[in-house]
Design a protein around this ligand. Structure first.
Ligand code: ZN
Length: 275
């Protein structure tokens, strides 16, 4: 009797074929998904770091806000799901008015994380945002990256921007978003001491990337949105054509499908004098 005629060996071969086939199918599925994403032109790198990595990292940094509070993700009365819309890098004289008009048209509040030097260059922006019911947060003075700067420089910029924004708005500024989402242990300590909430996000559709189209921003947002998501978009010269156009499509769609927009939880701490 040859090896292939043995029922045990034949069964073994058949099993191994089953496994082989299953692995092949899994591989093909993964490859098809990868191809589809490549064809969409979306950067896998940005997707990974911007959204998936933030979601994985969130439990390790309980002091950092990646997503809205659990109790506020779904309204028990209406079943509406909450979305926190945030806009970084502004204000800009070209982009901000378009965004403000859009938010006013749909009665949607947003939290703007502002770059101090931009706010100083266009001082009417902050009072206009506050008067329209939006919140503002600190995005450093020159968009300084905490990973490539010495901490005293970062802290100085955060303090300078906080002072400026509080003077312009007449309100406490209690939220910090580090540029590029790059935070350090020292930055976390500073936020704790200064009663500032460190805010990141759990949804980044990479609107700042020239490879990302309006379609892709919308598709990525709708695919990855979850109740309590903090969505980050941008208001800078690179996004002025894409982001308002994407929001013009997204806002009515989301409102129609039971999403409610809220401001990030705000503190009320007064500014402390740093000597
Ligand atoms: Zn930024």
């Amino acid at each position: 009797m040859s090896a292939f005629e043995s029922p045990h060996i034949a069964a073994g071969i058949s099993n191994s074929c089953g496994w082989h086939q299953a692995l092949q199918t899994m591989g093909e599925t993964a490859y098809r998904r990868w191809r589809a994403r490549r064809q969409e032109g979306h950067s896998r790198h940005i997707d990974f770091w911007g959204t998936y990595a933030c979601r994985c990292a969130a439990p390790w940094f309980p002091d950092v806000l990646f997503r809205g509070p659990v109790c506020d993700r779904v309204d028990p009365q209406t079943g509406n799901r909450t979305l926190y819309l945030t806009v970084d890098d502004g204000p800009t004289e070209t982009g901000t008015p378009r965004l403000l008009d859009l938010f006013a048209r749909h009665s949607v509040p947003a939290t703007f994380f502002l770059v101090g030097q931009n706010a100083k260059a266009w001082p009417e922006a902050v009072p206009r945002m506050v008067a329209a019911g939006h919140a503002i947060g600190n995005h450093t003075y020159t968009h300084r990256d905490a990973w490539s700067s010495l901490f005293p420089a970062v802290a100085q910029e955060l303090q300078q921007t906080r002072t400026l924004l509080e003077d312009q708005s007449g309100r406490p500024v209690t939220a910090v978003r580090p540029p590029h989402g790059h935070f350090t242990a020292k930055l976390r300590n500073w936020c704790r001491e200064q009663h500032q909430q460190l805010v990141l996000w759990d949804l980044l559709p990479a609107d700042f990337s020239p490879q990302t189209s309006v379609d892709q921003i919308c598709r990525f947002t709708l695919r990855h949105l979850r109740p309590g998501s903090i969505l980050v978009l941008h208001d800078n010269p690179q996004t002025v054509d894409r982001t308002p156009a994407a929001l013009a499509r997204l806002l009515p769609h989301l409102l129609e499908h039971g999403w409610t927009f809220k401001l990030l939880p705000q503190g009320t701490q007064r500014r402390e004098v740093v000597k």
